[in-house]
Design a protein around this ligand. Structure first.
Ligand code: HEM
Length: 445
């Protein structure tokens, strides 16, 4: 009998090779965090387009580099419940982990507030503009910044203002949010002072505050604002949804919108600093319009800023992979995938795949500026696809265009431009969200 050459060299599960090199307990996580693209390239070269990666506590995930797998994000027998197993303390009960009608009901109660009309009616662009302006002016005054901590801090301010948190409460929210994040990596030791105990206390504090917001929103129904809009949409909905769903999803909004957008914003500045012609094109556009947009209707005036937002995300997708699980046996190309299989859908790989993009490794605004068709699912794959596609897409688009135009106007007026002062490729992280190094410095001179 002829043996498949892979069989002799590699362990197989369901006929799919297991990537070697996993460590006890943490599996391939160190390689996934530090250099996911390299790991995927090596696996593709040695094992082909389907292989198992070991995600430590989350177990083995079958990773597929064939674009066919993208369709599984819309498949009715594919569930996102695996995300709850990966991060139960922090994401349990939130939209990303729900499926089918429970997901639809919860999402329907929230989504309107995040569509262009909802954002415009809530005055989100007007709310964000002065916060962004103040931050880029401060960068100008300082002349040099460490970019990721700065965009992280700015994004927290924007997210908190979106939720209507009063300015005097921001430091406490900041502290609690940082403690909440410890739940993602906390070892399972529940003793006083441990990250798990502190993280849970912070989560309970944030949830209690959210319940108060919900009560306030009901008491002052005439007020506008995102939480008010979410509460009234929830209360109008025909399905009886408990406030617990609303509370969990307010927590999700904090988490989902923060690091992803902060990372994209930081990459935007890095690309503008290392590509002078990009900066010149952006400044020209900002000068021509002369003001920071505040509404979605204004965004059509900023094609260069929009292309910059899309190309930055394509080259540096903030969500590098999506975990899923099959609930029934299904077919993927020539393969049979058994029910209960954990899957890893590597958005990062598809974002720069030659099968989906021309000259995928080149940063080209022209691919967006010269396109004639509408934006399709592949063009916004960095936001996922199917029922769980990112609810914050329109919000991110608005805030990143606002940010880039405010940056261009402020720096140009002062006669300076961004300059990269560190190696942008060193110290990158790819999981749980992908981000540049915390240490990259940008000068404005
Ligand atoms: C550049 C920034 C962002 C990126 C790249 C991004 C990416 C994603 C991706 C890939 C998903 C799909 C997850 C899955 O299918 O399992 C998702 C879902 C989600 N995102 Fe975002 N996101 C960003 C910003 C935001 C913002 C600003 C918000 C809101 C404030 C937000 C809220 C959500 C929510 C609530 C979901 C879950 C939707 C559902 O399960 O129905 N995201 N995001």
């Amino acid at each position: 009998m002829l043996l498949n050459p892979l069989n002799r060299r590699h362990r197989l599960r369901y006929d799919v090779p297991v990537m070697p090199g996993a460590f006890p307990l943490v599996g391939h996580l160190p390689a996934i965090v530090c250099d996911l693209p390299r790991l995927l390239r090596r696996a593709e070269r040695t094992l082909g387009s389907h292989f198992w990666l070991d995600f430590g506590r989350a177990g083995h995930l079958m990773t597929c580099l064939d674009p066919d797998v993208i369709a599984l994000l819309r498949h009715k027998h594919v569930s996102s419940a695996l995300i709850e197993e990966i991060a139960p303390e922090i994401l349990g009960g939130t939209l990303v982990t729900l499926n089918g009608s429970a997901h639809r009901q919860a999402r329907d109660g929230i989504k309107a507030a995040f569509l262009p009309r909802g954002l415009t009616e809530a005055g989100i662009g007007e709310l964000f503009e002065p916060v962004i302006q103040a931050r880029v002016q401060a960068w100008r005054d300082r002349g040099e910044v460490t970019i990721l901590p700065e965009t992280g801090d700015l994004m927290l301010k924007l997210t908190f203002s979106l939720m209507g948190i009063p300015a005097q409460d921001l430091p406490e929210w900041h502290r609690k949010y940082r403690q909440l994040l410890q739940l993602i990596v906390a070892p399972p030791v529940d003793l006083p002072g441990t990250p798990l105990r502190r993280g849970r206390a912070a989560r309970d504090w944030i949830d209690a505050q959210s319940r108060q917001f919900i009560r306030d929103a009901r008491a002052h129904a005439a007020r506008t604002g995102l939480i008010n809009d979410m509460v009234s949409a929830f209360d109008r909905s025909d399905d009886a949804l408990s406030d617990d769903v609303l509370v969990a999803n307010i927590r999700l909004l904090l988490l989902a919108g923060h690091e992803t957008t902060a990372s994209t914003m930081a990459w935007m500045v890095i690309e503008l600093a290392r590509q002078p012609e990009l900066w010149d094109a952006l400044v020209e556009e900002a000068q021509r319009v002369g003001a920071v947009p505040t509404r979605h209707a204004d965004l059509a005036q900023f094609p260069v800023a929009e292309a910059l937002f899309r190309e930055t995300l394509r080259m540096h997708p903030a969500s590098s992979l999506i975990p899923r699980r099959t609930t029934q046996e299904l077919q993927l190309g020539q393969r049979r995938i058994p029910a209960g299989t954990s899957l890893c859908i590597p958005l990062l790989h598809f974002s720069t795949s030659a099968l989906l993009h021309e000259a995928p490794d080149q940063f080209r605004l022209a691919r967006w500026l010269q396109r004639t068709g509408p934006i399709g699912p592949v063009d916004m794959l960095q936001f996922g696809s199917g029922p769980h596609v990112c609810i914050g897409y329109h919000l991110v688009w608005l805030e990143l265009v606002q940010f880039s135009i405010a940056l261009a106007l402020t720096m140009h007026k002062a006669g300076v431009r961004p300059r990269l002062l560190s190696d942008a490729e060193k110290g990158r992280r790819y999981y749980p969200t992908a981000q540049p190094s915390m240490k990259i410095r940008i000068g404005f001179s």
